[in-house]
Design a protein. Structure first.
Length: 78
């Protein structure tokens, strides 16, 4: 597993927010900005993956609680 894959959602979000802040302030060189952008893209993808997994878990819990064998209850409906 890579360093980013081992991060919790909260850790990845904090670093992603810091990365975006650095890019927005324009304090980095072009090469640094590219590296920051690449890392930010990886962090965002990791956060998306973790969120999707969490949504699936919530749907499974909801299914088990409702006893509905077919279909799911969207997370937004909770």
């Amino acid at each position: 597993m890579s360093e980013i894959e081992n991060m919790s959602f909260e850790e990845a979000m904090r670093e992603l927010e810091a990365t975006v802040g650095k890019l927005e302030h324009g304090e980095a060189t072009l090469e640094e900005s590219i590296a920051l952008y690449e890392r930010g893209a990886k962090l965002r993808a990791h956060c998306d993956k973790v969120l999707r997994a969490a949504e699936e878990r919530v749907e499974k819990i909801t299914l088990a609680a409702n006893g509905q064998p077919n279909g799911t209850v969207p997370v937004e409906g909770l």
